[in-house]
Write a protein that binds this ligand. Structure first.
Ligand SMILES: *Cc1c(COP(=O)(O)O)cnc(C)c1O
Length: 379
């Protein structure tokens, strides 16, 4: 399908091609100085002591769950209004995801009160997800976690560059996980990053990323080591030098691109409020600086959402849904009926995501808003 306005698009130019060519010329393709360079640049950008690059954010979340000590029988509290990987990661570690509702139709993030209610003797961790790059209530959640001795993992897949009180998201909890998938704010195609200030966690993450081996091919190439031991049941979750090189260039573009996303979000708000006042636009009174990853809107409850999305499609505009709630999936049948998440279910039924990416023009936003008004009139 050729969209007139797609949901998202990447900002790639000759800069990315140049650094990829440099890596190819160097003849060293995985886990070398380019990856280390990317990790250092990322750590310093978010203000974390350690950054560990991995193959994607799902792998990052899996490793985070292992490193904070989730074990079979343990519970971790997670939102249901998220991408399925947030909850899957808990299950990879053998633990049980326990779903908590979101705050309201204005704040689509996990609710502090719902987390508090979901805590049991078996709870070991909380995974928060900063929806669209808008910060969860980290002050209250961290305090609650301290009171109950719980670890906090941030799924910051939407939130690269987001801040709350001058502190970057991903650095509030024990471990932060970022995604560089193709449609995220910065991309390497597939890619992810873990950040932490905890040295023991960082050491373990380095080990688990690469089969639990004590030395890497790189060390042996450099003549630093001849052999290795295997000290953990590790994985191959490595990134390669090609993607790390792209990541460093993308990181350099991030601040300006996020600023552009925030501007476009503001334009959307103003026009939509005027021409389609029956629509709810979440995060109106959000505190903090959002990476503005998504442009979610909530249709009136009586609107036929599929008809609306079909109409937008007929006008050449791609829309999406973030998210079908995880607790309603077939693979999460275990929880079906067990969870009452009324706000999550209400919001998910009404939510539509509009196109948002830095290369979108202000005029494009006007076009989308006009298409929304037309689609609403027809459905
Ligand atoms: C994209 C995304 C992930 C998974 O990221 P990958 O890098 O594709 O594995 C996890 N959580 C959320 C909220 C996401 O949006």
């Amino acid at each position: 399908m050729e969209w007139k306005i797609p949901l998202s698009d990447i900002d790639f130019g000759p800069e990315e091609k140049d650094v990829v060519n440099e890596v190819l010329r160097s003849r060293w393709l995985t886990m070398g100085s380019v990856t280390q360079d990317f990790e250092q640049a990322f750590a310093s950008y978010v203000g974390a002591r350690f950054a560990i690059a991995v193959t994607n954010a799902t792998a990052a979340l899996h490793l985070a769950c292992i490193v904070v000590g989730l074990k079979p029988g343990d519970e971790a509290i997670v939102p249901s209004l998220t991408f399925v990987a947030t909850a899957n990661a808990v299950r990879y570690a053998g633990a049980i995801p326990v779903f908590a509702d979101i705050v309201s139709e204005q704040d689509l993030n996990i609710s502090y009160h719902a987390i508090e209610k979901a805590i049991s003797d078996r709870t070991r961790a909380i995974i928060v997800m900063h929806y669209g790059g808008y910060a969860c209530d980290m002050h209250s959640i961290m305090e609650l976690a301290r009171e109950h001795n719980l670890r906090v993992i941030e799924d910051a897949a939407h939130a690269v560059g987001s801040e709350l009180d001058d502190r970057k998201l991903g650095t509030w909890g024990d471990i932060g996980c970022f995604s560089f998938f193709s449609n995220k704010n910065m991309t390497t195609g597939e890619g992810g990053m873990l950040v932490t200030d905890n040295e023991a966690y960082a050491k373990k993450l380095h080990s688990l990323r690469s089969h639990g081996m004590t030395t890497l091919t790189w060390d042996r190439h450099k003549g630093h080591a001849w052999s290795y031991d295997v000290i953990d049941l590790g994985y191959n979750y490595r990134i390669d030098e090609i993607r790390a090189a792209i990541g460093k260039v993308q990181l350099g573009k991030l601040s300006a691109n996020n600023e552009r996303r925030r501007h476009l979000t503001q334009v959307y708000r103003e026009i939509l409020q005027e021409c389609s006042p029956q629509i709810t636009i979440p995060f109106a009174n959000h505190v903090g600086i959002s990476a503005a990853h998504l442009m979610p809107v909530l249709l009136p409850a009586d609107t036929d959402k599929m008809g609306f999305m079909e109409n937008m499609k007929s006008q050449g505009i791609q829309t999406s849904v973030h998210y079908p709630p995880v607790h309603t999936f077939t693979a999460y049948d275990v929880g079906r009926g067990k969870y009452s998440l009324p706000t999550t279910e209400d919001v998910a039924a009404r939510e539509v995501t509009l196109p948002l990416f830095p290369l979108l023009s202000d005029e494009n936003v006007v076009e989308v808003a006009e298409a929304v008004a037309q689609a609403l009139g027809k459905t």
